[in-house]
Design a binder for this molecule. Structure first.
Ligand code: GLV
Length: 323
């Protein structure tokens, strides 16, 4: 029997890629940059399965270009806002994602961004590198305390919980959270309190975003939200850039409406090099590295391969996002 045809839109770790290569007639796009839309549409033609990254928009046009034999789209990410899930579901195409294996790595980046923004680490390192360090400065580089403050988590899922646990365990923070679902484990273990959005904005010293990006969360953080936050607040986003109105965030950081921000995601990615968020001293921007550890990326590759192979075989996916 011929092997199923699949397209892998970028080189992923061998932990998953080797499985795909062993079982499929696979084309792997090995360019370091994402394929152009035209390349994606051309190469997906005739494929039974697609292993995609969050950089590819997988919509009806891509599904049409693939053809009616397309059975599965396996996303090498926990997020899946790049895929039209309703359209895939309507066509009977299974969609997989890679949760669980990147929880701690992503929470670590949120935690690191919070410390970096609070203690002005990037700004201070830049200062030393620019030969401005002349002496120990009693009034210089003063940042924010973390101990006993209040962390506000938007989206208390796996990663939100892991971030809250770090804040509670490390700094005895009070934990507030806002989101669609109640998390009783967070309430029991971390003393977390579910509040409405306005309360979260008003009472949190730090806000960390871990929610999905969809129509109801797009630009949830806008001028109105930043105005309602404390002027000492620090805003952390390791979820999706589109949850934030970036020009409103820029204004809030410039006007001192909030103290600082730490971002691992932007909209678009990468941001234009002249985007002020990359250059403001009170904003730390990392290039979407939340899951960039050996075990997370290997784990993601394995799950993405398993999802792909299960979908091709008509079996349930390890992690399926179709409703
Ligand atoms: C990364 O952002 C992911 O969704 O896995």
């Amino acid at each position: 029997m011929p092997k199923p045809r699949v397209l892998v839109t970028r080189e992923i770790p061998a932990a998953g890629l080797d499985k795909v290569l062993a079982h499929c007639d696979a084309e792997v796009i090995r360019d370091p940059l994402p394929p152009s839309r035209a390349t994606l549409l051309e190469k997906v033609r005739g494929c039974d399965g697609l292993l995609s990254l969050l950089t590819e928009r997988i919509d009806a046009e891509v599904m049409d270009a693939a053809g009616p034999q397309l059975k599965v789209v396996s996303n090498f990410a926990v997020g899946f806002n790049n895929i039209d899930i309703a359209e895939a579901t309507r066509r009977g195409i299974k969609v997989g994602n890679t949760p669980g294996v990147l929880t701690d790595a992503t929470a670590d980046i949120a935690f690191a961004l919070l410390i970096a923004a609070a203690r002005r680490i990037v700004e201070s390192v830049d200062y030393a590198r620019a030969k401005k360090w002349k002496t120990w400065e009693p009034l210089g580089h003063i940042g924010a305390d973390l101990q006993n403050k209040t962390i506000g988590i938007v989206g208390m899922g796996r990663i939100g919980y892991a971030m809250a646990k770090r804040c509670r365990g490390g700094w005895d923070m009070n934990v507030l959270y806002y989101g669609r679902s109640r998390n009783e484990e967070a309430e029991r273990n971390l003393g977390a309190r579910l509040v409405d959005f306005e309360t979260l904005l008003a009472e949190s010293d730090f806000i960390s975003v871990h929610t999905v990006m969809n129509d109801s969360t797009k630009h949830l953080f806008n001028a109105d939200a930043f105005r309602k936050m404390k002027r000492s607040a620090i805003f952390i986003n390791t979820a999706r850039g589109g949850i934030v109105d970036e020009s409103d965030l820029t204004a809030a950081l410039r006007n001192g409406d909030i103290f600082a921000a730490g971002l691992d995601v932007t909209d678009p990615e990468p941001p234009a090099f002249d985007n002020p968020l990359l250059h403001l001293p009170n904003c730390v921007v990392a290039p979407h590295i939340g899951s960039a550890t050996v075990s997370s990326r290997n784990g993601m590759a394995e799950i993405a391969a398993d999802n792909l192979l299960a979908g091709l075989a008509g079996q349930p996916l390890r992690h399926c996002v179709n409703p």
